[in-house]
Design a protein around this ligand. Structure first.
Ligand code: F0G
Length: 462
């Protein structure tokens, strides 16, 4: 069922500047894919028609954000744009202390280094690639405490990003609260298919952690999209504004890491937000080592201004309704065609279930990697693997992690593509689905040590 009425999600903007797209021939695409080692990350952007690789840094900024870019105060220290950003993060997210970072993983690096000691455990509602890696590099181990339903691509649950409180309690019991510096809570959960966490669950996580003296750190990357789902699905929130929901969510946490490249519609930028003075003092000191002075954190003044303005636009009800409405539009069409996707449809992307799409491939023949390559060959549309390649290897055993979800993510940049592009996408997925029986898998021929999905290379099997 559609979450939005038929036309209610029409874009609350008009287009002022356009970027021309290039359409390639099947022959050109075969060559490009082969040159890219069957990894969509290694394609050149100019060989891509509709780019659904990610919603990260690929958004269209508004005229107001671009105007802000011209007001960049590029002072080394104390830029006016930093204070504008700080004021808006305090106003809309509610945290006391702000440290800008070049993007989300810059913030993950700082918080992991400050709070995690070797031998610590960090529970979380499903891993995210960079988040978990920074926890591991700091000497910690990640433990997944998301509800079981999140690992089932077709299970309908309004808040599939919820933490399983019994799992969390069991981890605390097993390793002891003093070995858990914080729980890492993502809203929405990217790897589960853009699934939200409920306010009730977040509140319960807060209560449980408080009794054990454990911090809650929010991955706020797509928290505004999460707020929309709370408004839509959680009793008692239908008449609460997105801005108020966001602030309440943050109030149950001690700090947040943020990739501004998603919700906040900028091309670069992130931040670490904190409430505790002593943690902030350390972060403020450490950021100088890795990112830059604490009033720019690796960003130009103009980028901080664009992000400050992006916050105000991102919490607008008309914006968020259109943003998620577009994703929903594609998802509903694919469901109607009988194409296996993660349900409920997520906030930032439609996730094809590659295990069900290509049931004849074993997981170590990389079904999702294969499907992403085939969709490109079919149409020039670029998507991303979110399966066994992204999951990486267990650092102790050296074996692949075998995630239950083997997905291809069709990720929607905010305010970039039109409804006609969405229709082209649906047709391309349908055509790929019709010839699925002929599709063969891949073998990995080059594997980087960290975050292998970015640069790994493959060759076709058979
Ligand atoms: N947390 C989540 C939930 C993310 O989705 C990302 C990035 C990050 C943290 C890291 O932020 O890229 O600014 O350093 N996700 C991108 C994606 C890369 O395509 O989903 P970053």
């Amino acid at each position: 069922m559609s979450q939005n009425g038929k036309r209610t999600w029409a874009e609350p903007f008009k287009i002022k500047m356009v970027e021309l797209l290039k359409v390639t021939t099947p022959e050109e695409r075969r060559k490009a894919m082969s040159d890219a080692g069957y990894n969509t990350f290694l394609l050149r952007s100019e060989d891509v028609y509709i780019d659904l690789l990610t919603d990260s840094g690929t958004n269209a900024m508004s005229d107001n954000q671009w105007a802000g870019m011209m007001l960049g105060d590029e002072a080394y220290a104390g830029s006016r744009n930093f204070y504008n950003l700080e004021a808006n993060i305090r106003k809309f997210y509610g945290y006391r202390h702000i440290i800008p970072t070049h993007q989300g993983r810059g913030a993950e690096h700082l918080i992991s280094k400050i709070l995690i000691k070797p031998g610590d455990t960090v529970p979380g509602n499903m891993y995210f690639t960079t988040t978990r890696l920074h926890q591991e590099l700091a000497g910690g181990s990640f433990v997944d405490v998301i509800i079981d339903e999140a690992h089932d691509s077709e299970f309908i649950h309004p808040f599939k990003g919820n933490v399983d409180l019994a799992k969390l309690a069991a981890v605390i019991e097993r390793v002891g609260a003093d070995k858990i510096p914080y729980i890492s809570v993502a809203a929405t959960v990217n790897m589960a298919g853009g699934q939200p966490i409920s306010m009730e669950n977040l509140r319960a996580v807060r209560t449980l952690c408080k009794t054990h003296g454990i911090r809650v750190i929010l991955d706020a990357t797509r928290a505004i999209e999460n707020a929309y789902y709370i408004q839509l699905r959680e009793p008692g929130y239908a008449n609460v504004s997105i801005a108020d929901i966001l602030k309440e969510m943050c109030s149950y946490t001690d700090g947040a890491t943020m990739s501004g490249k998603k919700d906040l519609m900028v091309n670069i930028g992130g931040f670490l937000a904190l409430n505790e003075d002593d943690v902030y003092d350390e972060a403020r000191n450490l950021v100088v080592v890795y990112e830059g002075l604490d009033t720019y954190g690796g960003l130009a003044g103009r980028d901080m201004e664009a992000m400050a303005r992006g916050i105000e636009e991102a919490v607008q009800e008309s914006h968020i309704r259109a943003r998620i409405g577009q994703v929903d539009y594609v998802g509903e069409k694919l469901i109607a065609l009988g194409i296996p996707i993660v349900q409920p449809i997520g906030g930032h992307a439609v996730f094809l279930d590659a295990a069900k799409f290509l049931p004849h491939l074993k997981q170590d023949q990389f079904p999702a990697q294969t499907l992403a390559a085939e969709l490109y060959l079919e149409s020039g549309i670029r998507s991303m693997e979110r399966g066994i390649v992204s999951a990486g290897r267990n650092k102790l055993t050296g074996d692949h992690y075998y995630p239950k979800l083997e997905l291809v993510r069709l990720t929607f940049p905010r305010r970039v593509y039109t409804q006609a592009h969405c229709d082209v996408l649906v047709e391309a997925v349908q055509e790929t689905f019709e010839r699925r029986a002929e599709i063969k898998g891949l073998k990995m021929v080059y594997e980087p040590k960290y975050l292998r999905f970015f640069q790994a290379r493959f060759e076709p099997l058979g």
